[in-house]
Design a protein around this ligand. Structure first.
Ligand SMILES: [Zn+2]
Length: 295
């Protein structure tokens, strides 16, 4: 069955989110270097099966397979014309699995970074970025997303552009924003957790926090700083399944489900209320997280 994030937050002290989508799709045959969003149309059953397994593991929030679904990201694959189609389909697939779930599930429309730097560091103008995120937000809303989930961000300006875009074309949907603190406790663009929480909560998001990065330990330190800065804010923690180790050009993640269950308990104690995982995680990790948090 379907629910809203505000209802989940009212009725639960801690909420389980899902784990990595890319990790699962690669295991199902997605080739590295190709656009995962293409599978929303080409292999919808595969995408649905990933959602279904995360829900079965206990996830109460599932993220759509639309992380790289902005026109700019899709243009790398020559697929920019199909932006609306992929995002709509991604939200619809997650929605179908949420409807069938035995427990209430929220469909979060994933919006990742554009992959381009905004001015003055890069060429992307703020207004153009707003436009790009607005189009993606509109398609996700059309597909039925319950919340828009802006994730893996490094630059506060880009988050601002994404929030603006979402507000323009999907003003009815609540927003969640998470940043990636993978450079000595800061984002790649130098943003500290204390700065991030202040700026992001000024945008009126329903929850915010950290995802991806160098594994649970670094992410826990980020959540601790955020919670100390603003204890009343709803915090999201989605750590990768350990610190990635490169095997050739393939990142390998080795944290076991038990390790991720311990992370879930620790990060909850440090103040996170929405807890899931990111790259390298599977439904086994989420099942371990869910049962640890329930116990
Ligand atoms: Zn990740």
């Amino acid at each position: 069955m379907r629910t809203s994030l505000s209802q989940l937050l009212e009725s639960h002290s801690v909420i389980v989110a899902d784990g990595g989508m890319g990790t699962m799709l690669f295991a199902l045959g997605l080739q590295r270097g190709s656009a995962p969003e293409l599978w929303n149309v080409g292999h919808p059953d595969a995408v649905r099966s990933v959602h279904s397994r995360y829900i079965g593991a206990g996830a109460q929030i599932i993220l759509t397979n639309t992380f790289g679904g902005s026109r700019i990201r899709l243009a790398i694959h020559g697929l920019e014309e199909r932006m609306a189609e992929f995002n709509r389909a991604g939200a619809q697939l997650a929605g179908m699995e949420a409807e069938q779930a035995a427990h209430p599930v929220v469909v979060a429309g994933s919006i990742g970074p554009s992959g381009q730097m905004l001015t003055p560091f890069g060429d992307l103008e703020f207004e153009d970025a707003v436009q790009v995120f607005a189009e993606q937000a509109a398609a996700l809303a059309e597909g039925g997303a319950d919340v828009l989930w802006i994730e893996t961000m490094s630059d506060l300006q880009e988050v601002h552009a994404a929030v603006e875009g979402c507000r323009q074309r999907a003003p009815q949907l609540p927003l969640v924003t998470t940043m990636t603190f993978d450079t000595h406790g800061r984002t790649m663009m130098g943003v500290k957790p204390e700065q991030a929480i202040k700026t992001l909560s000024d945008y009126g998001v329903i929850a915010l926090g950290a995802n991806c990065g160098n594994g649970p330990d670094e992410l826990e330190a980020v959540i601790e700083k955020m919670h100390q800065t603003q204890p009343e804010t709803v915090l999201v923690a989605k750590a990768n399944a350990g610190m990635p180790r490169m095997e050739g050009d393939t990142p390998v993640y080795e944290a076991t489900p038990d390790v991720m269950a311990e992370y879930a308990l620790r990060v909850h104690k440090l103040g996170a209320r929405i807890i899931g995982s990111c790259c390298g995680s599977t439904p086994d990790h989420i099942a371990a997280i869910a049962s640890a948090l329930k116990g």
